[in-house]
Structures are given as C-alpha cells and as structure tokens.
Design a binder for this molecule. Sequence first.
Ligand code: C2E
Ligand code: MG
Ligand code: MG
Ligand code: MG
Length: 271
Amino acid sequence: QAKEAGRGGYRFFATEMNQRLQERRALEADLRQALASGGFRLAFQPQINLEDKRIIGAEALLRWDRPGHGNMPPDQFIGVAEETGLIGPIGAWAINEACRQAMLWPAHMNIAVNVSPVQFRQAGLFECVTSALQASGLSPARLELEITESVLLNDTEDTLAMLGRLRGLGVKIAMDDFGTGYSSLGYLQKFPFDKLKIDRSFVRDLGRDPNASAIVSAVVGMSRALGVRANAEGVEEQDQAALLLAEGCEEVQGYFFGKPMSAEEFSVLLH
Ligand code: C2E
Ligand code: MG
Ligand code: MG
Ligand code: MG
C-alpha cells in the first residue's frame, strides 16, 4: 500500500517536473523570439518631486505581450531570463530603448532603468551603458541605474569598483527595494548612492502600522543624513503622500501619481 502510494507519488512528481521543464523551455524560446522580433516594450512610471508635485522623470519598466499568454509581468519571466543568460541582451535592449525615449523628453527629465544582479555580473554592462549613451546622445546625468541589495552580496570589491566606474561616467545609481534584501547597511558607508528607493511594502502600511511608519521615518532620516535622495515606491493614497512629505521624503512614485504608461502617454502627460 505504502509502496504503491510512493510509486504513484514519484510518478506524479516526475510528470510535474517534466511539465515544469517544458514550460521553462517554452518560455526561454518565447523570450528569444521576443528579443529577435522586437516583442518587448517599456512602460514609464512618473517619478514626482513631492514638494512641488512636479514630474522629474520616469522609471522604465519592461512589458511583454507574450503570444498566447497576454501581458506577462516581468516578475514572471526575469528569473528564467537570468538563468538562461538572456537577461544580458534583454537588459541591454531596455537600457538602449530607455535612453532613446528620454531623448524625446524635455532635457530636465530623468530616466531610471532596472539592472538585474545577473546582468550586473555579466561582462559588458559598462560597455552597454556607454554605447547606449553614445547612440542616443543622452546626457549621462539623466540616466539612473536601479540595483538591488543582492547585487552587493558577493564580490563586494569588484561590485563597488564597477559601481564606481558607472558613476564615474556621470550616471546615477539608485538602491531599489531598500529594506527588503539581505545585505548589511555597510555598503551605504562604502558607496555613495544617489538615491534610496523605500520598498513599497513599507509605504503600503504607512499610517496603519506604526512599525512601517517608524521604518519609513528612519530610512528618510538616514538618507537625509547621508545626503542621499529618498524615493518612496508604491504610493497609492493621498494620506501616504502627506505623511511622506511630513517626513521629508523628496520623491515619490506610485499609482496615486501615475501608473506605468506607454511612451506616448508619458509624452502627452509632459505636455
Ligand atoms: P521595481 O523596479 O521595484 O518596480 C516597481 C514595481 O511596482 C513595478 O512593477 C510597478 O508597476 C509597481 N508599482 C508602481 N507603483 C505601484 C503602486 O502604487 N502600487 C502597486 N501595487 N504597484 C506599483 P512591474 O512593472 O511589474 O515590475 C516588477 C519588477 O520587475 C520591478 O520591480 C523590477 O525589479 C523588475 N523589472 C521591471 N522592468 C525591468 C527591466 O527592464 N530590467 C530588469 N532587470 N528588471 C525589471
Ligand atoms: Mg525599480
Ligand atoms: Mg522597487
Ligand atoms: Mg522589485
């Protein structure tokens, strides 16, 4: 009886494994196809200077209308793109496209692009950034690269050196999803970030959960003391914006101010 169930369980497990493997292969093939045929687009979410509520730029977010699946959010395909190395060319496309679009906006508008930890460790990121700047003619000061704490987990010396080279170009470096990673705060002492983006999990509970409010308050205070700009992600309500302003948070992003939108929609918003 137990043996039977065990064998059945094994068979079931093997089938499921097989199915998963097939799904991954299909996803990888579709990603390659999208790369080759221009299947990706970028959405742009406004970044707002909280004091005067002016748009100061946008974050570029990858969008993919996967054939037969509809819109597939980046969280569902970036993992496989990282495992297969496809994140290199996909990320390079995103950086190039983001710079190209930003050139169509007024000269004081900035553009932020996410860089995956795997993409960061691959050879060629520096060359990718310089060539995107050159091809578009975008001023480096208008480009911001968003990295996560996991970038800083290994090879800290090499990582800091690479961040220094990028920053040496005049490009800005933002720490994304701040407070959700496993890194120590030590890196804040070792590298001069331009921006800390407070993760939306803390912003969501602002004003409801005293712990979340305490954390946001502490992060804003710390960034001010460090001379780093603070951006609060995922602001969905007026009250959250008011609390953030009272705390002295410089910058916000979120559905309350604007959802990610097409390049055309963003251009219209600017005019
Ligand atoms: P992220 O960089 O932290 O981007 C913010 C995410 O929060 C975006 O999801 C955005 O649509 C969403 N968001 C913004 N405001 C609000 C809000 O008020 N409420 C809620 N509930 N959500 C909000 P999205 O576009 O699905 O992207 C998810 C993640 O995928 C990004 O997180 C980023 O880590 C990654 N990603 C997106 N585009 C790229 C890319 O071009 N390259 C790389 N390497 N990663 C990317
Ligand atoms: Mg981001
Ligand atoms: Mg984030
Ligand atoms: Mg994220």
